[in-house]
Ligand binder design. Structure first.
Ligand code: ZN
Length: 239
């Protein structure tokens, strides 16, 4: 397998559609910001997302985060949720926050439950948990969001077999421009289909070796898909 390095942050912009990937390192952290002139979204808030946002965009933009999108419950994609939610309350966010996550993602359900237990009396904003149960598109702040199921797995308790976990990719379409982010996934048709002709595809290449191709993709597989989009970033590459 080809050795490949990626340097963060990664930035891409078309008109006012802007994306910044602060980090996407397996077992450490992912953290992605998407903005337009009137929207602030966060995708996969892994550990360090609050530090990165605070340093980069500052308090006002952070308070305007309206929607968080979670591809799956692995810790390197959600490790920053607790601190981000807490900070928003401490800084007195006063508008709703939606959290979209795949149905059956117990990590988000558990974090929310614990968070609510601890902070519900002092919370300054409303959190709407939005479980995604199908691939129906929906619109937020003039951005069309198309969730699609991908094929990501983890080692089962027998430590031998890999089991499928609830996992999604998201396609964001705004002003005829599209960004497709597959989250973590093995090579799968839904990703191939959604990345094709996207303006930007963000594709994981997390497989360390060929025996990991059930859970992640190789650089070769990810590049093959990436080339069908107008531009692409390879992310989640083992360091
Ligand atoms: Zn994962």
């Amino acid at each position: 397998m080809k050795k490949y390095f990626q340097k963060y942050p990664l930035v891409w912009k078309k008109d006012d559609l802007f994306i910044k990937i602060y980090s996407s390192i397996p077992n450490i952290a992912t953290g992605i910001l998407i903005t337009t002139n009137n929207s602030v979204f966060v995708v996969d808030p892994g550990d360090g997302i609050l530090r990165d946002l605070s340093k980069d965009v500052g308090l006002n933009t952070i308070l305007n985060i309206s929607d968080i999108f979670i591809t799956h419950g692995h810790h390197d994609h959600i490790g920053g949720v607790w601190s981000l939610l807490t900070y928003l309350s401490v800084m007195k966010k006063n508008n709703d926050l939606n959290i979209y996550f795949p149905k059956g993602c117990i990590e988000i359900e558990s974090i929310y439950k614990a968070f609510n237990n601890v902070y519900k009396k002092e919370l300054t904003y409303k959190i709407n948990l939005k479980e995604i149960t199908n691939e129906k598109s929906f619109k937020r702040k003039n951005i069309l969001i198309k969730p699609f199921e991908v094929d990501h797995r983890e080692l089962s308790s027998d430590q031998k077999t890999y089991i499928k976990i609830p996992s999604l990719g998201f396609k964001f379409i705004y002003n005829k421009k599209s960004i497709c982010y597959g989250g973590d996934t093995a090579y799968c048709n839904s990703l191939v289909k959604n990345c094709k002709n996207s303006d930007l595809a963000i594709i994981e290449a997390g497989a360390k070796s060929n025996d990991q191709l059930e859970i992640h993709m190789s650089v070769e597989q990810a590049t093959e898909i990436g080339k069908t989009a107008k531009e692409f970033f390879l992310v989640h590459i083992p360091e």
